[in-house]
Ligand binder design. Structure first.
Ligand code: MCA
Ligand code: AMP
Length: 512
């Protein structure tokens, strides 16, 4: 029987010529397919030498680098569970993730070793390694002594491959448990649906410019290239000038809407520079129709927008093959092959064409459950096994799905999720604060950003600057409200509920 380990399928897709370049970096390094094979073998052997229990979590908070990608692949290869962490997370956030996931191994940047290792050792983690973005650190040092031959660990499709933390609307983050089968099914569907080209058809080259601690960069982009044996142009950070300069050598680009907005301000972007590109994919946040149209005018290409979640990987996509339909701006396209998407009313009844309700999904792409949260997991699934996305939308007569809002209180800023409940919780604990509300307002660069409204306790003197400074010392930078107002009271309805819609309305033109 075929090994259900995702790495086994990715490895099978490596081209016959292992000496060919698999990854070219923005600082001039080249990695061949053979380098990837050997380095993942060495790292997998290192992990296996640690005698970890089965199902051990490998938590990783490091800057983007090819070695960080190799560590992800090695974790799959050795059959352990990868737990990626945003580099912006600070101690309070890391403390929670490590405490909750109880990883057997933690890998961090050497500059963070002091505080991260303290958290990890306190939580019972036995192994803490460092990995920096210049190919140094104790992880690579130790792996250098390991064999470059390794047999891929046998895993079933239903075995856990990764845990992705996604914040809860009320309390703490939930770890979405994704299996080898979830990710493999999605990678295979997208390979076909987005028409990845085989080597015989001329091949594809992907510009990889996204971070590798979330679904978009780690799974959609990376698995896409690997399962097609396609070369990647690897950007440690998103730099629009560099991306434009590399477009003549590439065929595919993937980005959150902010990346497209920034590329459009780049003077070098025109029809000539994208002459060899065949596909631009956008997702993770709503793509404004103005961006969609401006992209078409500037480059002659129609962006393909798709929709995904940490819990489901990709669930819908506009078509690549135009015989299946046009790529329609403002929509997220059709349910992907093999994935069922429906819209339900509040009463749990199916809604008809163009009726607006909760988007629900079922399919091989949908996660197993939330890590150690059986009740929360049960709440998020319907009796007939559909996952409730928390997004609100409609499906038209042709099957195009449009997201019109969210039932979850969530702000998506530059492709990162900010949960108001979490930020309000931190603000409310600051001295002198009676209560607070965080709302999302339109922003020309990040799409949406958070604005905080804070109410002081009687006789307390609060300053917006002090509140922002206090948050900066505790939370990831992208979660910090871009503006903070200290007001006498929050608007409430007759039931006493805070009317966030009025605050959103009041501050909607703050940045636009
Ligand atoms: C940076 N800053 C931000 C954000 N990023 N503020 C709000 N939202 C953001 N996303 C702020 C920092 O706090 C800092 O502020 C200042 O901008 C500069 O920080 P820096 O790190 O230098 O910013 P940057 O390098 O310009 O980053 C912007 C970025 C980045 C490239 C757009 O945010 C990014 O890579 N976003 C992509 C996220 C992504 O991959 N999402 C996919 C999730 P200060 O100076 O005041 O501290 S996967 C997903 O959603 C699902 C499943 C899906 O469908 O794909
Ligand atoms: P995450 O929790 O990071 O997995 O974010 C998932 C959420 O991102 C979804 O539930 C949607 O609200 C949002 N999202 C992803 N893709 C799109 C898109 N193309 N348009 C609008 N929202 C999107």
């Amino acid at each position: 029987m075929k090994n259900g380990n995702l790495f086994a399928t990715l490895r099978d897709a490596f081209p016959a010529d292992l000496k060919a370049i698999a990854v070219e970096t923005d600082n001039g390094l080249n990695y061949s397919w053979q380098d990837i094979d050997r380095a993942t073998a060495m790292l997998a052997n290192l992990l296996e030498s640690l005698n970890l229990p089965s199902g051990a979590r490998i938590a990783v908070q490091v800057e983007k680098s090819v070695e960080a990608m190799l560590l992800y692949l090695a974790t799959l290869r050795a059959g352990y569970v990868f737990l990626p962490l945003n580099t912006a997370y600070q101690s309070a956030e890391i403390d929670y993730f490590i405490g909750n996931a109880e990883p057997a191994v933690v890998v961090c940047s050497s500059k963070n070793f002091g505080w991260v290792s303290k958290i990890a050792f306190n939580a019972g983690t036995q192994n803490v390694f460092t990995l920096d973005d210049d190919r140094t650190g104790s992880l690579v040092q130790r792996a250098a002594h390991c064999s470059d031959q390794h047999t891929v660990a046998v895993r079933q499709a239903d075995d856990l491959a990764a845990i992705l933390y996604t914040s809860g609307t009320t309390g703490r983050s939930k770890g979405a448990m994704l299996t080898h089968g979830n990710m493999l099914s999605n990678a295979l569907v997208l390979k076909d649906y987005w028409g990845w080209r085989t080597r015989e058809q001329g091949g594809d080259v992907l510009i990889h410019a996204l971070p590798i601690f979330h679904v978009h960069g780690l799974f959609v982009a990376l698995h896409g290239a690997l399962i097609n044996g396609s070369k990647m142009i690897w950007c440690a950070k998103f730099d629009p000038k560099f991306v434009v300069s590399k477009m003549p050598e590439a065929t595919i680009f993937m980005g959150v809407p902010t990346l497209y907005v920034r590329l459009l301000s780049e003077p070098g972007l025109d029809k000539h520079v994208v002459r060899n590109m065949r596909l631009f994919v956008a997702g993770s946040a709503p793509l404004l129709i103005e961006t969609f149209n401006q992209w078409q005018q500037t480059t002659g290409h129609t962006i393909l927008e798709r929709y995904g979640m940490s819990e489901t990987t990709m669930l819908t996509s506009n078509p690549y093959d135009l015989s299946q339909g046009e790529r329609r701006g403002g929509t997220v396209g059709f349910a992907l092959p093999g994935v069922q998407v429906r819209v339900q009313g509040d009463d749990g009844k199916a809604l008809g064409t163009n009726e607006i309700g909760g988007i629900e999904v079922k399919g091989p792409n949908v996660f197993k459950a939330y890590w150690r949260m059986p009740e929360k997991s049960a709440e998020e699934f319907t009796e007939d096994g559909f996952f409730k996305t928390g997004d609100i939308g409609k499906i038209d007569q042709s099957g195009y799905i449009t997201i019109v809002g969210r039932s979850k209180d969530l702000i998506i800023s530059g492709g990162y999720n900010v949960y108001p409940a979490e930020i309000e919780g931190y603000i409310n604990e600051l001295p002198g604060v009676a209560e607070s509300a965080l709302v999302g307002v339109p922003h020309p660069d990040f799409g949406e950003v958070g604005v905080a409204v804070v109410i002081a306790k009687p006789n307390a003197l609060l300053k917006a600057d002090t509140i922002v400074a206090a948050l900066k010392s505790t939370l990831a930078n992208f979660k910090i409200p871009k503006q903070c107002f200290v007001l006498p009271e929050l608007p409430r309805n007759t039931m006493g509920k805070v009317q966030k819609n009025l605050l959103r309305e009041q501050y909607k033109s703050l940045f636009t």
